[in-house]
Ligand binder design. Structure first.
Ligand SMILES: [Mn+2]
Length: 326
């Protein structure tokens, strides 16, 4: 911000190619909307790339997730300009993060969508960037995982915060937000012995050996013990974090397609995620934010805060000398 009271604060820094580091500090209410005011770049050599996948074709109940990435970006803007809580640092001081806009796909050709997402995720990974995805319905995790595993050459551990296990039967052809974990397991994308699903509050036919922490148990453990349980399960495996916003209780995430009562609070979820920075983090998504069912941006702000928390973890890892490359 300028010290000159007659010189206005900058706006539209998401459109400024020279804006690479630091906070934007523009007014919360105006300017080009991007995630945490990061500059837009479809292709860049930034260490971290945030992008949206406005997928909304595989939901089993109420839709609306196509508006998720836009709403999460808008909600994120209130966090710009202040020291990054609870990290107390500016994660963008030394770590370049860009917003690559949205994944392109044709809603009229639904069976082309998985391949389109996978190809565009691969294009990001080909530049060595760390990908953070704003959804979009939960199916998108499957093609993103395919691209990630292709990049690093080995299966990954999965930390899935969710009310649902998403392990319903899949013959390898479904485009379905309730079966894509089955697909990922059958494709050999996951280290099931190192994976964990957290906050589950529904029954599903299969676990495939993935550890399941049910929602009520997660609440009774509390976020500190929960994070320790997750970290012990994952160990040193490369790990992908997928946060279905319906892991939260509907009181904290009303704007989602398949809400289930009895979930985590936003505080518990952030407090748990905050403690996972010691893991070998390889990627993150937050999915199933459905703005038409949201109230007062409760759900979009929760999604933005979780993605921001993940960026904070990456900044801490970079400060400790770890590479962020997947
Ligand atoms: Mn779910």
């Amino acid at each position: 911000m300028s010290d000159d009271p007659l010189s206005p604060r900058p706006v539209d820094r998401a459109l400024d190619p020279s804006f690479r580091f630091g906070q934007s500090t523009e007014p919360n209410y105006s300017g080009a909307t991007s995630f945490l005011r990061r500059r837009y770049a479809k292709q860049s050599d930034a260490e971290v790339t945030v992008w949206g996948i406005p997928l909304d074709v595989t939901v089993s109940n109420r839709p609306g997730t196509r508006f998720g990435p836009r709403a999460i970006r808008a909600a994120s803007e209130i966090m710009d300009g202040d020291p990054f809580y609870p990290f107390g640092i500016d994660p963008f001081e030394a770590m370049e993060v860009v917003d690559a806009g949205d994944c392109a796909f044709d809603y009229g050709l639904p069976y082309s969508i998985p391949g389109a997402i996978e190809a565009q995720a691969k294009a990001h990974y080909a530049r060595g960037t760390h990908l953070v995805t704003l959804g979009g319905d939960h199916f998108l995790t499957y093609p993103v995982l395919k691209a990630l595993v292709d990049r690093i050459g080995e299966p990954v551990a999965l930390i899935q915060f969710d009310a649902h296990q998403d392990t319903w039967d899949d013959d390898g052809t479904r485009v379905d937000h309730g079966t894509m974990i089955t697909r990922a397991v059958k494709d050999g994308l996951l280290r099931t012995d190192r994976s964990v699903q957290v906050g589950i509050r529904t029954h599903a036919p299969q676990t495939f050996g993935i550890d399941v922490v049910h929602g009520f148990d997660a609440g009774e453990m509390g976020p500190k013990a929960l994070a320790e349980h997750i970290a012990a399960r994952v160990g040193d495996a490369p790990v992908y974090v997928s946060f279905d916003i319906d892991a939260l209780d509907p009181a904290y995430a009303p704007g989602t397609g398949t809400p289930v009562c009895g979930g985590l609070t936003t505080r518990e979820a952030i407090s748990c995620l905050r403690r996972l920075g010691g893991l070998n983090l390889k990627g993150f998504d937050v999915v199933e934010v459905s703005p038409p069912f949201d109230h007062a941006e409760i759900t979009a702000l929760a999604g933005a805060s979780l993605a921001a928390c993940y960026l904070g973890l990456l900044a801490e890892r970079k400060a400790k000398g770890f590479s962020l490359k997947p």
